[in-house]
Design a protein around this ligand. Sequence first.
Ligand code: ATP
Length: 581
Amino acid sequence: MTELFEPVGEHDWRIATTATGVLADFNAAGVLTASDVHVATRVGALGGEADERVLLAVALAVRAVRRGSVCLDLATVRDVAPELAWPDEWPLERSPLVEAGVLRWERGLLYLDRYHRLETQVHDDLAARLALAPPAVDEPRLSAALEKVRSGHFSAEQEAAVVAAVHRRTTILTGGPGTGKTTTVARLLALLADQAGGGLSVALAAPTGKAATRLQEAVTAELEAVARTWPEAAALVGRPAGLTLHRLLGWRPDNATRFRHDRANRLKYDVVVVDESSMVELTMMGRLLEALRPDSRLVLVGDPRQLTSVGAGAVLSDLVAGYDGRPDSPVAALTENFRSEEDIKALAAALRDEDADAVLAVLRSPSDQVSFVEAPDDEAVERALRPDSVAAAGAVWRAAVDEDPARALAELDRYRLLCAHREGPFGVRRWNHLVERWLAEDADVDVHGQWYVGRPLLVTSNDYALDVYNGETGVVVRRDGRIRAFVAGSERLKEFAPGRLDAVETMHAMTIHKSQGSQADRVTVLLPDEGSRLLTRELFYTAVTRARHHVRVVGTEAAVRAAVGTRAQRATGLRLRLGAR
Ligand SMILES: Nc1ncnc2c1ncn2[C@@H]1O[C@H](COP(=O)(O)OP(=O)(O)OP(=O)(O)O)[C@@H](O)[C@H]1O
């Protein structure tokens, strides 16, 4: 796995032509980009720091944040490129930048001040929530209520989780796909509404629009199940709406990182549930925690084994690891998977155990749920992917031709081709083009133009004016002779003149990062080669757990071993802070 780039000549945009000394050396070696170097030089000039070792540390800290870390671990930083001339020491203690608080140096971790502040804020806000007196609970009422939610499905593990959550203001509910997290949340809401006697305001939030929609749908369905045995409580909860975290906090057109709700203007909700919390980056977690009323309840739901957020931080997995073993831990874990097929569960379990031999054994065992196409070269990969891709895209296209957008969107959820990369031989862009070409060649579909009938769409950013959100899926359909784009929303299909949707991509293939928070009946995972820097266990786990009924892995044994053996490392100090009370 390489973490460096290879400069392609002196005009490469990643080369800082003004850099000198050690910064220039690390830039030329592909460790630092031009922007890392520029930020460090500028910070040094403004803060009166000329020691190039400190400037190198600043540039490496900027690089670390760019790559998802919250800070720079100086003890391991050399591993990036051991052959380079690293400084013998980091004279940070004497640095005016540390003195001025521009840099923070703590426990061997070097922070840019903004990230240090965020991390300490997240820690302190959570600590303050945990230190508050627990909410008052009417125990006889709770016991009576548990009797009512027990009918229908409800495992002992789920019951233990809701009982713990009723007694806490902060709960972190973890579990893999299909472990009944949403079921548990719906029952928790019923119990809380019953305790409150009504008037409980609930927000169901998630980092992406698609995840928010799914959460709302799933909670609504589970509340309907609760209503069969306990209609009063279900009625008290009502129908809470799903919304993105940006929307919950009050998105501001003038500021990308600040929201309308903050410490001075808190959220009014009594309960805030956040699904897919593994995707929540440190900045957003900070904003959420400061906007919550201290006495409100927060339920963070997610799977800490999945890929971390795109932005810096690994908050959920840090919280789970950091609270581990603490008597005040707010973590409730669900482990029993009720949804996936046995062999998919076995594959996910082998990945959790970090056991490459076991992963390969599951992949190679005959199964109608898991398959492995060992494709040594490009041609073999194409041969493997072509029939399924054409069949899946053809089914979407046929529904679109039949002017049936609901069916087209349902077809879209049946099959998904997942890639690690956006660009390159294993990238989404290439496979989108290939599937379009195959569709034209094998099924005679007209794929010309941007808005061809049957084009599957993935929304890539939130548009509050249009009411479409990052992660939502859509399809192009001709209706009454006009080309329209339909996007799946929580309550209804949303119809647009396609030109109005500017942040959409073709979705014959999708990145694994973007697939978080969604599932499909059948999933094909295209593994990149073993040198890919994206290939990690978290990536592989996220990909295979997107499948409900069948997962097919296309790649090589070397790629499988590389994935299982590589952890997505992010330097953060949150778990240390939590562990070192
Ligand atoms: N105790 C149980 N016994 C049997 N089935 C259950 C139980 N709890 C949940 N289920 C069922 O398992 C499936 C998955 O549950 P649920 O959607 O709550 O899980 P989840 O963890 O939220 O999943 P995901 O995150 O993948 O959406 C649902 O069909 C649900 O009805």
